[in-house]
Design a protein around this ligand. Sequence first.
Ligand SMILES: [Zn+2]
Length: 110
Amino acid sequence: MSLPNCPKCNSEYTYEDGVLLVCPECAYEWEPGQEVEEDGVVAIDANGNRLENGDTVTVIKDLKVKGAPKDIKQGTRVKNIRIVEGDHNIDCKIDGFGAMKLKSEFVKKI
Ligand SMILES: [Zn+2]
């Protein structure tokens, strides 16, 4: 099993420490799959939980969609979200609507 190189200095001597990966050369520690947080992109859901790329969420209220014939209904399940920068900080695809951006405050993590 091979570990990813350090995202900071690209060292290949990284090792695992619990859930974290650690770089012995620049002392950087990170959680695998969360390199995106480097940019400070954070999305918090309606319950105050931190959302991550790949999470599944449900919509907590009906949302109007500009140009769409119907609203996104409360309880709609949204799979495999991506956290992005901006006011609408979730990038996703919703059945019947296609590619869409949502605000994290209007969803909750499942
Ligand atoms: Zn490093």
